[in-house]
Design a protein around this ligand. Structure first.
Ligand SMILES: Nc1ncnc2c1ncn2[C@@H]1O[C@H](COP(=O)(O)OP(=O)(O)OP(=O)(O)O)[C@@H](O)[C@H]1O
Ligand SMILES: [Mg+2]
Length: 358
């Protein structure tokens, strides 16, 4: 296994996103990165509180869900790529001379990591990636350092291994999201080049804002807000259990006054949270606008959210589909995929690691 957040892999590989509401699995066929084909995918729900703040709280239940999901998906591979949530990862960008050797860079990275990471270096997995040349510099490059405590990696690897799987890659959620975003950027004007794009992933508990300029991530921030708030409101309003509320929410529009009194106020609150999150981005960087917003995560499919966000932020807004332009095997149901796709960004980005070149 590589403790390698940002580099190489070997095929075949299934992307496995262990997130708070479920385990999401994605596998591509052998067509190469330029022309992916979605072979199969599955979303296996997890019991409440099995994952808490990105940590695996109920190991046995997560392992059982992983086994069920794997069986349902029916992959012949046993090789997986996993991701660490942003909360389990420390990142830092540093500037280094471009002409350092790989070994020299490693020494510099370790020295820098020693200063920013509040643990002993032998307790962490450390990786780095050269991003891009520094403008107006002689010969400097920006280098991204990524570190995570070993126990965070080991917990996730243990789940996969207990389900009989072999972990080939451990990535980060934000890097996997970026990979998936790049795969779908061709539908944006100019394929996103020269544009400031905010990718906003709204899950059950967490909203994650990432901003890309020319495919480089210039900003990433998580805050706690998500679809659970709507589920709780449905529970309270209609006296339902959380499972019943979750079902009713996905069907939509079935409960009395739901649209007007529950869904719309939530959508307005969410749009306001998004616009505040962007204000925070503007106030902590030199950017003053975003050109496009891409909504991802399970909440992205809430009817009318894209319009509400566009109205409030005055930026054109679309719902993410990381599989856009890909062919799908016959076992993938297109109507179901259309609803599930925005929540599969991380799993999709992980599965794409199959096509990395060393
Ligand atoms: N079809 C749908 N209609 C409305 N809401 C949905 C739909 N599908 C999923 N959701 C909501 O999206 C949320 C789950 O999204 P997602 O799968 O992205 O979360 P997660 O990655 O498991 O959570 P987190 O990122 O917070 O750890 C839940 O609140 C769920 O109710
Ligand atoms: Mg998520």
């Amino acid at each position: 296994m590589q403790f390698n957040f940002l580099k190489i892999n070997s095929p075949p590989l299934v992307g496995v996103d262990i997130s708070s509401t479920g385990i999401k699995l994605v596998e591509f066929g052998e067509m190469g990165r330029e022309r992916c084909s979605l072979e199969r995918y599955a979303i296996e729900p997890l019991p409440k509180d099995a994952i808490v703040e990105g940590n695996i709280a109920k190991m046995d239940e997560v392992v059982e869900a992983m086994k069920r999901g794997w069986e349902r998906m029916g992959s012949r591979s046993r090789h997986v790529a996993l991701a660490l949530p942003a909360a389990a990862v420390i990142t830092k960008k540093i500037i280094l001379p471009a002409d350092l050797t790989e070994d020299e860079m490693e020494i510099q990275v370790e020295a820098e990591a020693n200063q920013v990471i509040p643990f002993a270096l032998d307790e962490v997995n450390l990786d780095f990636q050269i991003l891009n040349p520094v403008p107006n510099s002689n010969n400097d490059v920006e280098v991204l350092i990524v570190a995570s405590r070993k126990e965070k990696v080991e917990d996730r690897v243990a789940v996969a291994e207990a389900a009989g799987l072999k972990v080939l890659v451990v990535d980060t959620e934000f890097n996997a999201s970026q990979t998936a975003y790049e795969g779908m950027a061709h539908i944006l004007p100019e394929s996103g080049r020269g544009q400031i794009i905010a990718l906003i992933d709204i899950g059950a508990t967490t909203m994650h804002i990432m901003v890309f300029v020319n495919h480089v991530m210039v900003y990433s921030r998580e805050q706690s807000f998500g679809g659970n708030q709507l589920t709780l409101e449905i529970q309270r309003r209609y006296g339902l259990s959380s499972e019943e509320a979750e079902k009713a929410k996905r069907k939509g529009n079935l409960l009395e006054n739901y649209d007007l009194e529950v869904l719309h106020p939530f959508i307005e609150t969410l749009a306001l949270e998004i616009s505040r999150a962007l204000q925070l981005f503007f106030s902590s960087t030199s950017y003053i606008k975003v050109d496009h917003i891409v909504l991802a995560g399970g909440c992205a499919v809430l009817p009318g959210l894209d319009e509400a966000v566009a109205n409030r932020t005055e930026a054109s807004t679309l719902v993410a589909n990381p599989f856009v332009g890909m062919t799908c095997s016959a076992r993938v149901l297109a109507t179901k995929l259309a609803v599930d796709a925005p929540a599969l960004m991380v799993a999709c980005g992980l599965a794409m690691r199959r096509f990395d070149t060393v």
